[in-house]
Design a protein around this ligand. Sequence first.
Ligand SMILES: NC(=O)c1ccc[n+]([C@@H]2O[C@H](COP(=O)([O-])OP(=O)(O)OC[C@H]3O[C@@H](n4cnc5c(N)ncnc54)[C@H](O)[C@@H]3O)[C@@H](O)[C@H]2O)c1
Length: 283
Amino acid sequence: MYNLLKGKKGIIFGALDSKSIAWKVAERAHEEGAKFVLTNAPVALRLGTISELADKTGSQVIPADATSIMDLENLINQAMEILGGKIDFVLHSIGMSVNVRRGNHYTNQDYNFTKTGWDVSALSFHRMMSVLYKKQAMNEWGSIIGLTYMAAQRVFPDYNDMADNKAYLESVARSFGYFFGRDFKVRVNTISQSPTPTTAGSGVKGFDGFVAYAEKMSPLGNATALECADYTITMFSDLTKKVTLQNLYHDGGFSNMGISTAIMDDFIKQNEVVEEPKKENNK
Ligand SMILES: NC(=O)c1ccc[n+]([C@@H]2O[C@H](COP(=O)([O-])OP(=O)(O)OC[C@H]3O[C@@H](n4cnc5c(N)ncnc54)[C@H](O)[C@@H]3O)[C@@H](O)[C@H]2O)c1
């Protein structure tokens, strides 16, 4: 390990179980010498296994629903008290769509569910930063990261209203990042990660297809949760001080691909199989 985060203090949102991207970030941040608090929604603390991670990394867990200003204020006050000062890095690793969970089609959303999903997945990023900003809780050259997916830029029909939530999240990173940079020299970015088998990821309809397709399309293959954690650590480190307001693709090259030979070969093979019986029928 490289001691990239030696002496740094952080807050990590969203570790539910050992598959969570936030879980891997916490493990890697610990290995790189950081101290941090872990947080998740109270219900997730009951259902998940976060206390295992807390023990392993010598961290405390503070419950906070990311839709509640009061919870976030309490979290940030407590985090500064526990860690003994201002914060150097924050990971927002939160996502949930009620429409996806209930199987509502994109064209037929329940807008109360849409609002809840947006509140949890997107507005929470603004809310979290707003509390950090007002409390002047971030150290200079601190780093804030949100996780996103490229359905914010391109159409993935089954990603449903999460695509819109991610577009909002990425916009908030730029808009709030301006004020955080100007006023506190804090950088704000989003990392756009490959499809990754986690609880949130696997909830998306046809997820296995997503993963297999992206794997074949990306010259470097899909990025794993651990690889995402490695990248996130570099973004928390002092080696990336002037990177801000960016949406950073961490996807093995997927986002710039048109077609790969592997996908084309599959397509041709499939069409040959479909076309042959047709020819026989025509005879
Ligand atoms: N898995 C993927 O394919 C993938 C790809 C790109 C981006 N992402 C993003 O990565 C992030 C982390 O997701 P993950 O894949 O590790 O799945 P995950 O299910 O392990 O993490 C999602 C987390 O959000 C938390 N959460 C939900 N509602 C909350 C609330 N009200 N307050 C606080 N926390 C709440 C959950 O408890 C959970 O810990 C999400 O933003 C997700 O959209 C995931």
